[in-house]
Design a protein around this ligand. Structure first.
Ligand SMILES: Nc1ncnc2c1ncn2[C@@H]1O[C@H](COP(=O)(O)OP(=O)(O)O)[C@@H](O)[C@H]1O
Ligand SMILES: [Mg+2]
Length: 476
């Protein structure tokens, strides 16, 4: 009781000292008596317990939601937490990752230059705004200060990904004076991320964007992610001996393209076995030479339709078309190229010629029309005919896994990067999935594909099967 009276007296002195205003001026503060304040203080543990309980319930709900309905969690709470983290770290990040500008004091016409010099230089933090939730993460914009260019932000992308604990941050120059941020929260290749992303990206009906063409297929020896980006190199040549990892590599890419508005077409003249795991997600699958010729003819018709569409809209490629009319990109996967070129008997000559001529034509026309070739084979030597060399010239993206003969390495890299041929020959049979690949820096680099369990792949394909776009030109 003694303590209580002492405390009341103390509190009343605080209240009278801190609220000298008459009750008309501060209606809220004026009515609080020392007793009420004392009650409040006494109830604090109870209030704290309530708050802790509520927080715990919220946490349990959040965790359950995250596990059972990741998409709902993401759109209700997940993205808000990420946005908060982005905002909280933004200032420090901007200062540390060299993306802040500096406001140097300059003397105006009527200023005293000495006064200007005495003012300190202040860092100007670029403005982070328009953080919006997306299925794959968030998008945002950054307003730049004068003197800044998008390059500095592109360099800082990795630092941003680390600071925000996300898989990757992509920066693209936006409107003049700003850059656009695309924050991808998960790595589509590992753990639950693949599942969530598939969930998320399965927004059927979404207009395709150029970024959909990028597939992450492994790691490079410089630590960077190994990507096949069809908007950089529209067509790819993948060579390697049997069991060197060609199919694994293609699977890694297909598993990602399958989640997006992209049509996949398979040509596998060895009976369709190699591409069979993807069958339910393929818009067409050719299993022999005659079917291949038909599918390639259909694709060429499709290419001509698209050319007409671009002409009508006066644009030079499908990406410049309005969202509403833009056709889906088509990725044509040819496994074992040699099967398409080798003629067993004369009766197949016409079919073979039609197939290979159409393939070459697609290579020449396809890039701007969103038709891309991924051509894989053990051998791509000139012994298959002169058409192969012409086709190879169109396939600017190159990947060479372990080879048994020097000629294949030479055919894959000899024309572009002769020094890469030695590197290919140094790949040992134990290095399954290791390859030499075209790279942005230095021309070529060693890399290794991500191995995906066949069961996981089957599950992934089954899940994306409903997204398979129909290509009327390929229906028979
Ligand atoms: N990146 C990789 N990491 C680990 N193992 C791999 C990798 N790539 C391929 N392999 C192994 O090599 C085997 C053959 O690969 P595959 O892609 O079928 O070769 P190819 O299509 O060239 O004949 C696979 O079954 C797998 O065990
Ligand atoms: Mg294979």
């Amino acid at each position: 009781m003694q303590v209580r009276n002492g405390l009341s007296a103390h509190l009343s002195s605080i209240v009278s000292a801190s609220s000298p205003a008459p009750s008309g001026v501060l209606p809220g503060g004026a009515g609080v008596t020392p007793e009420q304040l004392y009650d409040l203080v006494q109830n604090l543990p109870l209030i704290a317990a309530w708050a802790a309980g509520a927080a715990l319930v919220l946490l349990v709900v959040a965790v359950t939601l995250r596990l059972s309905a990741p998409r709902v969690y993401w759109f209700t709470l997940g993205w808000l937490l990420l946005a908060a983290r982005m905002r909280l770290t933004w200032r420090r990040l901007a200062l540390n990752a060299d993306i802040s500008a500096i406001d140097r004091p300059v003397a105006g016409l009527f200023d005293d230059p000495r006064a200007a010099r005495s003012r300190a230089a202040v860092p100007l933090i670029p403005v982070l705004w328009q953080i919006r939730p997306r299925a794959f993460g968030v998008t945002a914009s950054i307003g730049m200060h004068s003197g800044q260019t998008p390059e500095a932000f592109i360099k800082a992308a990795e630092a941003m990904a680390h600071a925000w604990g996300v898989h990757a941050v992509r920066i693209t120059p936006g409107r003049r004076g700003s850059v656009d941020l695309t924050v991808l929260r998960n790595d589509p290749l590992t753990g639950t991320g693949a599942h969530e992303d598939r969930d998320a990206l399965a927004e059927a009906g979404r207009a395709p964007v150029a970024a959909d063409l990028l597939a992450e297929i492994g790691r490079r020896e410089d630590g960077q992610t190994w990507v096949i980006d069809l908007s950089t190199f529209p067509h790819w040549l993948i060579t390697g001996a049997t069991q060197s990892g060609k199919s694994t590599l293609i699977n890694a890419a297909v598993a990602q393209w399958a989640t997006r508005p992209i049509a996949l077409v398979g040509i596998d003249c060895k009976g369709g076995m190699e591409l069979a795991p993807h069958a339910s997600r393929l818009s067409a699958l050719a299993c022999d030479r005659t079917e291949a010729a038909d599918v390639l003819t259909g694709l060429l018709d499709e290419a001509q339709d698209r050319m007409r569409l671009c002409r009508e809209h006066r644009v030079r490629n499908i990406w410049q078309l309005p969202d509403a009319v833009r056709p889906v990109p088509i990725v044509v996967i040819v496994d074992e190229l040699a099967e398409l070129y080798l003629i067993a008997d004369r009766s197949e000559k016409e079919v073979t010629q039609r197939a290979t001529a159409n393939l070459l034509r697609l290579g020449q026309l396809g890039a701007a029309l969103g038709i891309h070739l991924i051509v894989a084979g053990q051998r791509v030597g000139s012994d298959l005919g002169s058409g192969v060399t012409a086709l190879r010239a169109q396939l600017a993206g190159r990947i060479c896994l372990r080879v048994n003969d020097d000629e294949t390495a030479l055919m894959t890299f000899g024309d572009l990067h002769p020094d890469a041929v030695d590197a290919v020959q140094a790949i040992s049979p134990h290095d399954q999935g290791v390859a030499i690949t075209t790279a942005d820096v230095g021309g070529w680099i060693r890399a290794r594909s991500t191995y995906q369990d066949p069961a996981d792949l089957d599950a992934a394909v089954a899940e994306t099967a409903p997204l398979t776009p129909r290509l009327p030109r390929l229906d028979h």
